[in-house]
Design a protein around this ligand. Structure first.
Ligand code: SAH
Length: 249
């Protein structure tokens, strides 16, 4: 079998934040497969076949990629940010585990990317400088009660929290509920950072104290970072920076 399967993180949007390794894997592929907006971020090439699918079809998309690789194609499965962070990488391994025996002979290559939390943190200063965790606020794949339990545990343990998938049209109330829960665990002045479309032309970044954080500020293209009691805001150069000291209180 001469097929190949790469799982490629495209970074948060800007070409400069895509790694050379990702570019090389994309250029070596005969087939690109992924959610439409991600595939569209890769420049079209006449000799490459593009397979575009809906956002919710991750396992079926992974199986499709494996069937193509089994047939000898060089497939690049694309994800935004890092493919291993709420992206396609785990869907591919899940499909292999529960799929055809022949798929075990395909060795997936995972190419890391700059995840939204790192791109956003870099714009803000160093809010993830201390212990931190990442949570997806989407309850499509796990019950809301699990999300609440993890949020409460993370905040009370002093982790900076990166919230992916804060809301969507189908999930309008979750971020507000998360803020309510966090207000019971954290000081009202805890910095909440909204970073939307980071590294894209319409990038927007705002900082608010937890007591005034407005869930309506976020959309699907926003990552929300929640500081801890020791996270600091620092004014300089006419703007605000946020950092979390590495020393614990
Ligand atoms: N694998 C991706 C995350 C996919 S989940 C990564 O590592 O970044 C989709 C969520 O990622 C969005 O709802 C948003 O919370 C976040 N996101 C992706 N790209 C972003 C960007 N350019 N700016 C801000 N948030 C982004």
């Amino acid at each position: 079998m001469s097929g190949r399967l790469s799982i490629v993180g495209l970074g948060p949007g800007a070409a400069a934040l895509q790694t050379p390794a990702a570019a090389a894997a994309l250029s070596a592929a005969t087939d690109l497969i992924g959610y439409g907006p991600y595939v569209e971020r890769v420049a079209a090439r006449a000799d490459q076949v593009r397979h575009v699918s809906d956002n919710r079809e991750e396992l079926e998309r992974a199986r499709h990629a494996l069937r193509l690789a089994e047939a000898g194609r060089h497939v690049a499965v694309v994800s935004g940010g890092d493919a291993g962070v709420f992206g396609m990488a785990s869907a591919v391994f899940e499909a292999i585990e529960h799929g055809e025996a022949a798929w075990r002979l395909i060795e997936p290559e995972v190419i890391p990317g700059v995840s939204a939390m790192f791109a956003a943190a870099a714009r803000l200063g160093a809010p993830l400088g201390a212990d931190f965790c990442a949570l997806s606020l989407s309850d499509n794949l796990k019950p809301w009660a699990v999300i609440e339990r993890r949020l409460r545990a993370a905040a009370s343990a002093g982790f900076v929290i990166a919230l992916y998938n804060p809301l969507s049209r189908a999930r309008p109330w979750q971020l507000g509920a998360a803020f309510e829960l966090l207000r019971a665990e954290l000081p009202p002045t805890t910095p909440v950072m909204f970073a939307t479309a980071v590294s894209r032309p319409d990038e927007r970044i705002d900082i608010a104290p937890l007591e005034h954080a407005d869930p309506a500020r976020a959309d699907m293209r926003t990552i929300v970072l929640i500081g801890t009691a020791t996270t600091r805001c620092l004014e300089g150069c006419g703007r605000m920076f946020v950092y979390s000291p590495r020393s614990a209180a």
